[in-house]
Ligand binder design. Structure first.
Ligand SMILES: *[C@@H]1O[C@H](CO)[C@@H](O)[C@H](O)[C@H]1NC(C)=O
Ligand SMILES: *[C@@H]1O[C@H](CO)[C@@H](O)[C@H](O)[C@H]1NC(C)=O
Ligand SMILES: *[C@@H]1O[C@H](CO)[C@@H](O)[C@H](O)[C@H]1NC(C)=O
Length: 176
């Protein structure tokens, strides 16, 4: 990520290290930056997309929440879906809408924590009631966001796909 380059340079000079994601905390006052309300809109919206792939408002929510440059990077999804590792699991908004429609829902998705910068969100979640519901599925998502339009540009998502596979009946993934 581009944002990490200044960090590396700064470290190598040994002076004035800055967080790679820009300033955290409450100082996101700029009008074009995220704020608590925008972050809630985005996380509530994305939670709905994951909980309700067959929901009546799925397509309209996806159309309004995801930008035209949207993609999902996730080797966890690639593992579940049998896609090659390293490629974007969903390269576009259209691919996400078409793919989610065939994806089983995460019936209950709980936010465990989140924080944000001007235009990125870090989110920790807990999914349950998937398949046999033997294991909870915890995941971490970071998002690149267009804070002006309150739309998501990119989702980087990793979660316990081994627990997920076990919950949906793959015995080789159960814990020993
Ligand atoms: C949502 O979009 C998908 C893919 O374009 C389509 O197959 C599906 O019928 C749409 N669902 C609704 C409720 O319009
Ligand atoms: C995740 O959700 C399940 C089901 O509600 C719950 O039993 C478990 O304690 C939760 N895990 C965390 C870390 O909150
Ligand atoms: C945000 O969206 C606006 C309107 O579509 C666009 O002009 C701008 O380039 C976008 N910015 C980012 C960072 O995606």
């Amino acid at each position: 990520m581009l944002a990490s380059i200044p960090l590396l340079v700064t470290f190598s000079l040994g002076a004035l290290a800055q967080p790679a994601w820009g300033p955290w905390g409450n100082g996101h006052g700029a009008p074009d930056c995220l704020n608590d309300a925008k972050v809630k809109t985005i996380l509530d919206g994305y939670t709905y997309l994951l909980e309700s792939p067959q929901g009546a408002d799925f397509n309209t929510t996806a159309e309004s929440l995801l930008s035209d440059s949207f993609f999902v990077s996730s080797d966890s999804i690639n593992t579940l879906a049998g896609y090659p590792l390293g490629v974007n699991a969903y390269p576009s908004k259209q691919a996400f809408i078409a793919g989610q429609a065939q994806t089983p829902p995460i019936p209950v998705l709980q936010t465990l924590g989140s924080f944000y910068s001007c235009d990125q969100i870090a989110w920790r979640w807990n999914g349950s009631q998937i398949g046999s519901n033997q294991y909870e599925i915890k995941g971490i998502i970071t998002m690149d966001v267009n804070a002006t339009t309150t739309q998501i540009n990119a989702v980087y998502s990793e979660f316990n796909s081994g627990a997920w596979l076990s919950d949906i009946g793959n015995p080789e993934c159960q814990k020993k």
